[in-house]
Design a protein around this ligand. Structure first.
Ligand SMILES: [Zn+2]
Length: 164
């Protein structure tokens, strides 16, 4: 029994790999999202890690495709653009007919720097591309006085017009 379990765990471990298109974890390459025609709606959501991808996917709010960067730019740690899956993202724009890139890196200093870098790079590569950043701000049930400075700054920066 234990042997069987160990073997099946090893099988799983052997099968799990990165999708060659979006770099998410998958046991089938390309992954089911990259293969799905119904998700080819011209949007790609860029995240830092497979965990972030999973969180967005489980929220059920996004029906496009993903791209996992596998990290963020961090000059102090020696992590530059070539260490992330950025070139592969640029290469997807044309063949997949991507019209909108949603930058969903985390609201950290590195996540912000990575988003800024991608905005510059992507707008140079494809002029008619819509680039959006997820609105990061005050969580539901939150209280402004307990928010950190970055959260508040974002909440203000990503404000949207209200109907009058
Ligand atoms: Zn994929």
């Amino acid at each position: 029994m234990a042997e069987k379990l160990a073997k099946s765990l090893m099988d799983v471990k052997e099968k799990i790999r990165f999708c060659s298109i979006c770099f998410n974890l998958t046991d089938d390459d390309p992954c089911y999202i990259c293969r799905s025609e119904s998700r080819a709606d011209g949007t790609v959501c860029v995240v830092e890690s497979p965990g972030d991808q999973l969180a967005i996917e489980e929220s059920g709010t996004f029906r496009g495709r993903y791209h996992v960067l596998h990290g963020v730019l961090s000059p102090l740690d020696g992590i530059g653009p070539e260490d992330l899956k950025i070139g592969a993202l640029v290469n997807r724009l044309e063949p997949e007919g991507i019209r909108e890139v949603i930058l969903a890196t985390n609201p950290t200093t590195e996540g912000e720097a990575t988003a800024s870098f991608l905005i510059k790079l992507l707008s140079q590569n494809k002029r008619d591309l819509k680039i959006t950043r997820i609105a990061l701000g005050v969580p539901m049930g939150g209280d402004l006085k307990y928010m950190d400075r970055m959260t508040l700054e974002h909440a203000l920066k990503s404000r949207t017009p209200v109907l009058q």
